[in-house]
Design a protein around this ligand. Structure first.
Ligand code: ZN
Length: 335
């Protein structure tokens, strides 16, 4: 057979010329249905599969651009935090893992022209949403699984303070596996810390909204991510504390189908709205206008949103900003 390789192949190559350089990532395969999607179609559809509506992971810069007016926003530089305080090492040093993730993110950002702080798994941005100031703290899952350590906790505190300073609503978008194991108890301390941070926003009477994306699990779901005035989730997002297998092994029961998905949690009252990605911005804008006292369109929107919430099975949800009394602005009505 070697004559095929040594004689025929070079002849054919000489005849047709070498193949042009074709970028490898023009087509992507949907993880859910296995269909191939052209990259331009995927981008135009906000990384949602056009065949099965599967919501794929959205790069953080694209996510922020999707939500702010004209895609324009500014990120803030996050406070410096101690690096690898426990000098942790598994198969690799934690400090090396951090460096790898930082350079990976910086390379990705350079490729896409995105700006911002790539030191850890959170990005804090501010800009206008429907003409009003808004602060968004978004997790970057591509940085060590979006895990929450000291830097992420610090980012959440900075986001909350920025929201209070700007008298703007705070939107947090988790995409995370939970606490960062390499920081041990210091990462667990970010749970109460982040709760205090969002409480500052609530004390200032400002809306605090959580946009749950796939996945939101572990210590994040056990702290600030479940304390929003309103919880919006993307379709199919996995939201929970421990994984299905761990729970099944612990309680020795089979769990129901679709357990821990956005839709399941909507049915059971943990999530208020499941909104497709294409409607996220308008949903957020509507909810913010409803929760902002004195906003001219708040009253007009009330009936519409109430009807939607009723349809979503959360009819008993209190709408803090419009509720009379001194607890306006605080979260209420979560079962
Ligand atoms: Zn698909």
């Amino acid at each position: 057979m070697s004559w095929l390789e040594t004689y025929v192949r070079p002849k054919i190559k000489a005849l047709v010329g070498s193949p042009p350089d074709i970028p490898e990532n023009l087509w992507l395969k949907c993880d859910n249905c296995g269909q191939m999607i052209f990259h331009r179609d995927l981008e135009a559809n906000h990384h949602v599969c056009q065949h099965c509506n599967h919501h794929m992971r959205l790069p953080i810069a694209t996510r922020l651009a999707l939500l702010f007016d004209e895609g324009a926003y500014e990120t803030i530089e996050l406070p410096k935090t101690p690096v690898d305080p426990l000098k942790f090492r598994d198969v690799k040093r934690y400090s090396d893992r951090l460096k790898e993730s930082q350079s990976k993110l910086a390379a990705m950002a350079a490729g896409s022209g995105a700006v911002g702080d790539h030191r850890d798994a959170i990005r804090v941005a501010h800009g206008k949403m429907d003409g009003r100031n808004a602060v968004i703290a978004a997790f970057d899952f591509s940085f060590m699984g979006g895990s929450m350590g000291i830097a992420v906790g610090e980012g959440l505190v900075a986001a909350a303070r920025l929201a209070v300073l700007q008298k703007a609503p705070l939107i947090v978008i988790p995409a995370t596996g939970g606490a960062r194991m390499q920081e041990g108890i210091l990462s667990l301390m970010q749970m109460p810390r982040s709760i205090i941070a969002v409480q500052e926003v609530k004390d200032a009477g400002l809306p605090y909204i959580v946009l749950l994306t796939n996945p939101t699990t572990g210590g994040v779901s056990a702290s600030f991510a479940m304390l929003g005035d309103i919880h919006i989730a993307e379709p199919g997002a996995v939201i929970g504390f421990a994984g299905r297998r761990v729970i099944e092994q612990t309680v020795k029961e089979n769990l129901p189908e679709g357990f821990q998905t956005a839709e399941y949690l909507l049915e059971h009252g943990m999530v208020d709205i499941v909104a497709p990605r294409s409607q996220l911005k308008e949903t957020l804008v509507r909810v913010i206008s409803l929760l902002t006292p004195g906003a001219p369109d708040a009253v007009a929107d009330l009936a519409r949103v109430e009807a939607e919430l009723e349809q979503a099975g959360s009819a008993d949800l209190e709408i803090p900003a419009l509720a009379a009394g001194d607890d306006a602005g605080a979260a209420g009505g979560k079962p």
